[in-house]
Ligand binder design. Structure first.
Ligand SMILES: *[C@@H]1O[C@H](CO)[C@@H](O)[C@H](O)[C@H]1NC(C)=O
Ligand SMILES: *[C@@H]1O[C@H](CO)[C@@H](O)[C@H](O)[C@H]1NC(C)=O
Ligand SMILES: *[C@@H]1O[C@H](CO)[C@@H](O)[C@H](O)[C@H]1NC(C)=O
Ligand SMILES: *[C@@H]1O[C@H](CO)[C@@H](O)[C@H](O)[C@H]1NC(C)=O
Ligand SMILES: *[C@@H]1O[C@H](CO)[C@@H](O)[C@H](O)[C@H]1NC(C)=O
Ligand SMILES: *[C@@H]1O[C@H](CO)[C@@H](O)[C@H](O)[C@H]1NC(C)=O
Ligand SMILES: *[C@@H]1O[C@H](CO)[C@@H](O)[C@H](O)[C@H]1NC(C)=O
Length: 525
């Protein structure tokens, strides 16, 4: 899950090539050990949040757990219900599954409250619906109380996509991310972002493969072409690492700033996931992922002056680095690990585990045991007087000494990325350490964010208690945090990530598992 908001600052002087330690090979034949006590505790938290949503917000998008009210911040189609669907399914909570299944029949995707984000609608609603359909047609076939309604899930997804597809009706085919409904029309934006363009292709291709109508996948893949072959040169400051904004009229990049952070992140994530989804059609995506990861290792890996044992990825503006990162970027470890497993590259797994370990520190070092939204550090390979390598503010100097980062923005908005990487680390290694990390993080989130009728974002992870609640429970709390927190302790199942190339599902960026393409269901494109 990505969000906007670039944290780049214009800086000069930088050049950094961090050494990557050589390590042994990853092991296969991994043993997984489920823990029913922990899995059930996560299920209990899901039930608590679900009951609060049903009581005070059902059919609306997000629960306000402190005031026991709601907000329609995702067009009023019941984002939390759709985002909870695949989590209820993998938890095999069929009471909730049946409730959501009945609700999905009633959603009216022709009317929208507010303007519509193509990206958010794709990852939450389209992704949630397609995943539920895949699970109920596949491993959980026959488990709902109403098999006729299952077909309606796909019809609703297709109807939604039919309303969204006007977004691609631009001179270049790069979509406008901002739409209005009734009737569907675009806002006529001038640019769109790397992540918002590059995080559609899985859901839209899956929709084509399930319906047999190739047009959805074709639209998303055409837009993706501009990202696979970026022009002009300023849009690709390091091989495979791109800028953030693309001109909708021309398909040309207008900047060269980026990284694995919000606004760019899930573009890289989907490159390797599309190859996993279907290696026959998406070989070029794999190549571009590999180029991006090699550049990230060579140019972006950075070790804090006070904690050279930690590895983070820097961001860049052209080729100038900044040593700033985000909770959002902490999916990077998990994505390197998934790529390493998929491509038989133990080196990517090892570096992914290093990135995951550093993100773990962003949790364990704070007063709440939860990581901040934005953090910064001083790079040990760059001059300490360089303008792009400032030290910590005085108030955080002591904290930086032990932690290896300081807090720029202390919000925690119920994001999943750190626990998501723990999940991939566990599935790749079978090492129970990562289960313990996920459990500890979950216990601390439960302790800090649980309030009123559910769970709320908090204002400052750097102070005990979290500095106050914002009275808002994001729908991805259901889709992502609860799912990864559960799956890492759960029994083996078709949808679990596997280390031995036997994956049957791939998770979209909202953690909705999609079934991998099978030859017979591939829509011809
Ligand atoms: C399962 O988790 C509980 C709670 O953390 C722990 O006490 C117990 O030792 C774990 N069981 C196993 C077999 O790891
Ligand atoms: C299935 O369960 C839901 C939720 O309990 C209920 O609303 C719906 O009527 C049930 N459908 C059938 C066919 O029993
Ligand atoms: C965008 O431009 C098109 C074509 O000029 C127009 O039909 C549409 O109404 C515009 N959208 C908005 C929101 O103004
Ligand atoms: C996008 O390209 C068009 C056509 O070349 C140009 O007129 C416009 O100024 C560009 N917009 C941006 C934001 O670069
Ligand atoms: C980035 O590079 C481009 C082209 O080389 C240049 O026009 C632009 O000014 C640079 N931006 C910054 C912030 O240095
Ligand atoms: C940093 O310090 C070095 C050596 O003390 C000096 O040569 C250099 O000019 C300084 N750079 C800046 C940007 O102040
Ligand atoms: C979460 O918090 C509730 C309320 O304090 C508590 O009853 C429950 O045991 C906690 N769960 C975990 C996993 O810590």
């Amino acid at each position: 899950m990505y969000k906007f908001g670039t944290i780049l600052v214009a800086l000069r002087f930088a050049s950094l090539v961090a050494a990557v330690p050589q390590r042994g090979h990853a092991r296969y034949g991994i043993q997984y050990q489920a823990n029913a006590t922990r899995a059930n505790a996560v299920k209990d938290a899901f039930q608590t949040a679900w009951d609060g949503y049903v009581q005070y917000a059902f059919g609306h998008d997000s629960l306000r757990p402190v005031s026991n009210s709601y907000e329609d911040d995702r067009n009023g189609w019941g984002a939390s219900a759709v985002d909870a669907f695949s989590t209820a399914l993998v938890m095999e909570n069929f009471e909730v599954v049946n409730q959501i299944l009945a609700y999905v029949q009633t959603i009216n995707f022709d009317n929208a409250i507010g303007d519509v984000s193509l990206f958010e609608t794709t990852i939450r609603y389209l992704g949630g619906l397609l995943s539920a359909y895949d699970l109920l047609q596949g491993p959980l076939n026959g488990k709902s109380n109403d098999t006729v309604s299952v077909q309606t899930i796909l019809k609703q997804a297709q109807h939604l996509a039919d309303n969204l597809k006007v977004a691609f009706d631009t001179p270049s085919g790069v979509p406008d991310n901002d739409l209005y409904f009734s009737p569907p029309r675009i806002a006529n934006s001038t640019t769109n972002g790397l992540a918002t363009i590059g995080t559609l292709v899985m859901e839209w291709t899956r929709l084509s493969d399930l319906t047999g109508d190739p047009k959805y996948g074709q639209l998303a893949q055409k837009a993706e072409e501009y990202l696979l072959n970026p022009k002009p040169a300023l849009g690709e400051p390091f091989p495979g690492l791109l800028g953030m904004d693309v001109n909708i009229t021309t398909g040309l990049f207008v900047d060269g700033s980026g990284g694995w952070v919000g606004g760019a992140d899930s573009f890289y994530e989907y490159l390797i996931k599309m190859y996993l989804y279907d290696p026959q059609r998406f070989g070029e995506y794999k190549q571009r992922w590999t180029v991006a990861v090699e550049s990230s290792i060579k140019y972006l890996t950075s070790h804090p002056t006070t904690r050279p044992d930690l590895t983070f990825l820097a961001i860049y503006d052209n080729r100038t680095l900044s040593f700033v990162s985000q909770h959002l970027a902490c999916f990077d470890g998990g994505n390197f690990i998934l790529g390493g497993l998929t491509l038989n590259q133990p080196r990517y797994i090892e570096i992914g585990l290093d990135l995951t370990t550093a993100c773990h520190e962003t949790y364990t070092q704070t007063a709440t045991g939860i990581g901040p939204e934005i953090f910064q550090w001083q790079d040990s390979n760059t001059a300490l007087n360089a303008t792009n390598n400032p030290g910590p503010p005085a108030a955080q100097a002591e904290f930086y000494k032990k932690a290896g980062f300081w807090i720029v923005d202390g919000d925690y908005v119920l994001r999943p990325e750190v626990i998501e990487s723990f999940y991939y680390a566990y599935r790749a290694t079978g090492d129970s350490k990562y289960q313990d990390w996920a459990w500890e993080a979950f216990v601390r989130i439960n302790e800090t964010c649980r309030v009123g009728s559910g769970f709320s974002s908090v204002k400052d992870v750097g102070v005990a208690g979290g500095g106050g609640w914002t009275d808002f429970q994001e729908s991805f709390w259901f889709a992502e945090v609860l799912k990864y927190s559960y799956l890492i302790h759960a029994e083996e199942a078709e949808w679990q990530v596997k280390a031995d190339h036997s994956n049957e599902f791939v998770f979209n960026t909202e953690a909705h598992p999609m079934r991998l393409a099978k030859g017979s269901e591939r829509a011809r494109m």
